[in-house]
Design a protein around this ligand. Structure first.
Ligand code: HEM
Length: 425
């Protein structure tokens, strides 16, 4: 992360922009943060200071609010309580990071404004509607991506060739981006969502995405096609002051659309990569081959064990107390999701990846009013990808001749690669 003099062991990522972002957020510098989290949790759930500070780094979670006091939470109960109380712990924290790039989105809003805007898109993301997404956008994207490498029958890194592509291809198609423009759109999306690094480059990429989407919006205002932009063109929002309602402006639609890329594409591919690596390394992929009904449990366990996004931050709006520690108004509060998900008070043997463990909600999709709106979408993308691999890559196993991969990173967790071989179909 920024200001660290340490040399990373590895640079990983889907492309140059992604690699730069991973490096900036601790990939190759912090491989196993969990023993440190366990140590901290044992001495109390709440500690003053940022999470990256524990690893002698200055991570994005504390940048942007440098003059404030920082507090970090390391157990399930306290992280969950903090996220549920959006009045005391405000999402305006995003103002200094993502907000500067994608504009004012629901991620950054507090109640009641947040509820009004979120309810407009929520219907498009229900479990039922996601089945429609699967048929229209996810399955065709997964099939086309797998077609691109499976016929060669050669060793392949499915992290770069499959996981990195599925989420952004899905979102791009749901926006109505033309198939031939998707690779460039992917590049722009990855560049725009860097959490730190060259802000001018990020803003340029984000503006190019906005210009592209403006064209689609103009088109859908005349004739809807049922895609996500068409839905956003038809919904109306009430103005609490006048009591009147209006269609969303282009900028309001763009704020929704632009947040989908970092929120949906920057997270799901990491989750998918960790899932494949966990299954292949432990041999639990064999259990899925025999019984596909275990796929959903495997996805949840993988998200608990190695969550893509490891912390969620807020700004405290008033004096409060968490885990017995006083948090003054104006402080920056970081919920360490990675530590919450391995809290031994909630999960037995939490460091073990075990797809048969009893299911109970993890913190990887957050909690409270900002609970991830795309969670059913992410799960469906992961389910489609794993089914495609089981169907079309018989005998899938880690490539014995490739460098041994591992999972790394502090703000995000990401595998270094998922190199595989398979038998001729
Ligand atoms: C495994 C994949 C994913 C993970 C781990 C994840 C994680 C999260 C988390 C932790 C939050 C809460 C942030 C906060 O409280 O500050 C969130 C919110 C959000 N996510 Fe996801 N997400 C994933 C996939 C997706 C997908 C596929 C989409 C849609 C394309 C999406 C769209 C959103 C949006 C729009 C929000 C903001 C919701 C709000 O503020 O009300 N996410 N996500």
């Amino acid at each position: 992360m920024a200001q660290s003099a340490r040399k990373p062991r590895v640079t990983v990522g889907a492309n140059a922009a992604d690699r730069a972002r991973n490096l900036a957020t601790g990939a190759g510098l912090v491989d196993d943060p969990y023993p440190k989290y366990a140590e901290l949790r044992e001495t109390g759930p709440v500690h003053e200071g940022s999470i990256s500070g524990v690893f002698d780094m200055e991570g994005p979670e504390s940048q942007g609010w440098r003059d404030r006091r920082n507090f970090s939470l390391y157990d399930w109960k306290t992280v969950d309580a903090m996220l549920r109380d959006n009045e005391t712990y405000s999402s305006s924290w995003y103002e200094a990071s993502l907000g500067a790039v994608v504009g004012f989105s629901i991620l950054q809003m507090d109640e009641p404004e947040h509820r009004r805007y979120r309810s407009l898109v929520q219907p498009a993301f229900t479990r039922l509607n996601i089945e429609d997404w699967r048929k229209r956008w996810i399955q065709p994207a997964v099939d086309a991506i797998v077609d691109g490498f499976v016929e060669r029958g050669e060793p392949v890194d499915i992290y770069a060739e499959l996981c990195a592509k599925v989420p952004v291809y899905t979102i791009a198609s749901s926006f109505g981006v033309a198939a031939e423009d998707v690779p460039h759109f992917h590049e722009l999306a990855v560049t725009s969502v860097g959490v730190i690094g060259d802000p001018a480059g990020r803003i340029r990429a984000s503006n190019e995405i906005a210009d592209y989407l403006r064209g689609i919006i103009a088109d859908r205002r005349h004739s809807g096609t049922g895609d996500l932009i068409s839905v956003l063109c038809t919904v109306e929002i009430d103005d609490p002051d006048s009591g009147e309602s209006h269609h969303l402006s282009d900028d309001e639609i763009l704020a929704f659309a632009r947040i989908m890329l970092p929120a949906g594409a920057g997270t799901t591919y990491r989750g998918l990569g960790c899932l494949f690596l966990g299954l292949l390394e432990t041999g639990q992929i064999d259990q899925l081959r025999e019984d596909r009904s275990l796929i959903d449990a495997a996805i949840e366990e993988s998200l608990r064990w190695e969550q893509p996004l490891t912390s969620i931050s807020r700004l405290s709006t008033r004096d409060s107390e968490l885990g017995g520690v006083k948090i003054p108004a104006g402080s920056v509060v970081h919920g360490c999701v990675a530590a919450a998900n391995r809290d031994p008070a909630r999960w037995d043997d939490p460091d073990t990846f075990d797809i048969r463990r009893p299911l109970q909600p993890h913190a990887s999709f957050g909690s409270g009013p900002h609970l991830c709106i795309g969670m059913h979408l992410a799960r469906t993308e992961m389910r489609c990808a794993i089914n495609a691999v089981l169907d079309r890559m018989p005998g899938l196993r880690l490539d014995p001749d490739a460098d041994k991969p591992w999972i790394t990173g502090l703000l995000f967790r990401t595998p270094t690669a998922v190199p595989v071989v398979f038998d001729a179909p």
